[in-house]
Design a binder for this molecule. Sequence first.
Ligand SMILES: CCCCCCCCCCCCC[C@H](O)CC(=O)SCCNC(=O)CCNC(=O)[C@H](O)C(C)(C)COP(=O)(O)OP(=O)(O)OC[C@H]1O[C@@H](n2cnc3c(N)ncnc32)[C@H](O)[C@@H]1OP(=O)(O)O
Ligand SMILES: NC(=O)c1ccc[n+]([C@@H]2O[C@H](COP(=O)([O-])OP(=O)(O)OC[C@H]3O[C@@H](n4cnc5c(N)ncnc54)[C@H](O)[C@@H]3O)[C@@H](O)[C@H]2O)c1
Length: 720
Amino acid sequence: MAQYTRVSGSVGLITLQNPPVNALSAAVRQGIVDTVKRALGDPKVKSVVICGQNGIFCGGADIKEFGTNMSGPPLVPMIHAIEAANKPVVAAIEGSALGGGLELALGCHYRIAHSKARLGLPEVSLGLLPAAGGTQRLPRLIGVPAALDLITTGRHVTAAEALQLGVVDRVAEHSTVDAAVKFALSVAAKSLDARRISTYPCPRPSDFDALFEGAMQKVRQSARGAIAPVACVQAVRAAATRPYLQGMEREKELMATLFTSGQARALQYCFFAQRAVSKWNMPNGARWDTSKPRPVHKAAVIGLGTMGRGIAVALAQTGMSVVAVETQEKQLMEAKQAVSGMLERGAKRRGLTPAALHKISYSHDIQAVADVDLVIEAVFEDMALKKKVFQQLSAVCKPGTFLCTNTSALDVDHLASQTRNPELVVGMHFFAPAHVMKLLEVVYGPQSSPQAVATAMQLGKKMGKVSVAVGNCRGFVGNRMLKPYIEQAFFLLEEGATPELVDRALEEFGFPMGVFRMSDLSGLDVGWRVRKGDGLVESGSASGQPTRLREGRRYSPLGDLLCEQGRFGQKTGRGWYQYDKPGSRVARSDPWFHSFLEEYRARHGLVARRIDHQEVLERCLYVLINEGFRILEDGIAAGPEDIDIIYVFGYGWPRHRGGPMFYAGMVGLATVLERLEHYRQAHPDVPYLQPCSLLRRLVASGSPPVHRWREVIKKLHSQL
Ligand SMILES: CCCCCCCCCCCCC[C@H](O)CC(=O)SCCNC(=O)CCNC(=O)[C@H](O)C(C)(C)COP(=O)(O)OP(=O)(O)OC[C@H]1O[C@@H](n2cnc3c(N)ncnc32)[C@H](O)[C@@H]1OP(=O)(O)O
Ligand SMILES: NC(=O)c1ccc[n+]([C@@H]2O[C@H](COP(=O)([O-])OP(=O)(O)OC[C@H]3O[C@@H](n4cnc5c(N)ncnc54)[C@H](O)[C@@H]3O)[C@@H](O)[C@H]2O)c1
């Protein structure tokens, strides 16, 4: 919808109306077509201003309409008609002008933006390209290098940067609409010949070939198999090499390929899934919209190791006061330096002074947290130690303080039971490095109050995290699913694969790192300690041959054997790979490991066979997905979106593949089921390969699309 009024006597004011972001739905497009016609046909109107309702210009095409029968006037001729108008049209940009919204503004003859506005062409992050003339007009307006940057990254720019680049003509400090109306009056009689961007020649940079080759190389390297960034470069190249109308044809052709690709579906699914997870609900009926968070003005972190330091930084960057407690003198000194460094670098990147530095106070003494609103414990992963810390916190903190743990896998309920007020306890599971990684799992137990969950979720948001509320179980969602994935990778080595082969398959799939490189990075000793705690580790050196079965289940002691040799990964310079020196990051194939693996296979009578990428992907990914279905069945995650967002933001799952559960739907649930059954037959001693009953049920009910799984899960739960 678009509202039309005449203001200041001769300015036709068109206001886009489609809350919350004035997306260009069919009705809005129709409204624009009708109101522009009316303004141009009204002899009293000498110029036109287009703005958006509620302080936002336009969030672009209506993504919800994609995939439906898209009716209504198409965007390209609509924008063309505005540009061709014989009366000046001014875009008054408040809030955001994104995607089709910015393309609409580029069709106007002038653009005035509020100083707080953000502009961009983020289509690439939805698996698309700006297909309403954006790839053809922007390079003509601001030049090829700047247009390539904005279109291939999808980044949003501030009004100040937009002015500097030449995207907008003016920046307004106060009412943008008033400024635009005033401006429209002043240009009413001016010629529009030089204001139609589509008529501009596209500036051809002198280093044309090198520029496009460089841009293509850059997107191919960073895209990890995503096709939209490549198409964006191709479309901008067309702007630089073809006349406008032919460029538009190329834009349309490339868009058609992207629009119907699975990648665009996956990325658009991620867009909505990311928003859906903020609308959390708990099995007891507590919900995001009925649970009020409590404000957190002062927070504490206990333990300033790897995680505590990053958490302290992320908390301080929100502007709140932080108390950081560490018992080891040396650790405390190192932490102070590390935290200051992180804050200084962060502020420098954003062109700010590190004000957050003064927000942190350090102490050896847990008594220092007496007056905080919320505590995040990040001491060693040791239940006895954490229990003691929670008992102390419960005694020291003022009444009502929320007590959170950053444990990776320990029982949050058990920790809650150590306190006087278990309803105030939740898990806040950050990912390393905690000030960088976007994911936060908020773990609730049966006793956690809705207010505690709401407060942790809100704090996560304030810290810039994508927070997902999940139930309590060993490893929560992310690490629980990782266990069978890593286990399969170990088994594949026993059967004939190498770390290089497994990692290549996973990296070609789109993970930034394969499982072995990742394991070397995070430290092999982490899993070793957990397996020791679970009583799974037998000393290999004593017998020379630790067994490969634990209580009837297949077990691979390969990781334990490496740890026994002090091979903990990057930090020791040796792991599944070798490194130039401890701490170095470049993984090189290790001949020692290859002969060790051959000897290991020989000792256990294992005959290596040829393993291809397909098998690596099927075994590692389908077993992880199967565990995802179990998590849904157990009610630990409320829906597939929660799992997918956890994997995309916390575990490097390629976003253009939508997350593991979405991917399962794309592959076909029946195929996933069939392959799991196949591998289960071949490996009857691997229980994780046993397809879970929710997967079977979904297949039996015709493999519904992912957005309908919740109904099946609900039915399943109601029958239990
Ligand atoms: C054979 C076939 C051939 C096919 C050829 C097809 C040709 C089709 C021609 C198309 C022409 C292309 C036009 C254009 O180039 C394409 C686009 O414009 S794509 C859209 C680009 N825009 C974006 O990516 C912006 C997305 N939105 C945001 O970034 C943010 O929402 C915001 C605008 C910055 C606001 O942020 P917040 O204030 O934080 O609010 P939320 O993010 O929580 O959003 C609130 C609410 O709004 C919903 N929403 C946001 N944007 C859109 C949108 N563009 N469409 C629909 N809905 C949108 C969002 O989902 C939230 O709702 P909720 O999910 O919570 O219900
Ligand atoms: N490292 C990761 O990648 C990662 C990721 C997510 C979660 N976690 C979890 O975060 C927690 C911390 O892990 P980490 O890797 O930061 O550990 P770490 O070993 O680097 O740091 C732990 C710190 O806690 C301190 N500490 C111990 N007892 C203390 C006490 N009573 N009071 C104050 N400080 C105390 C230690 O001196 C040490 O500095 C663990 O529960 C871990 O499972 C770790």
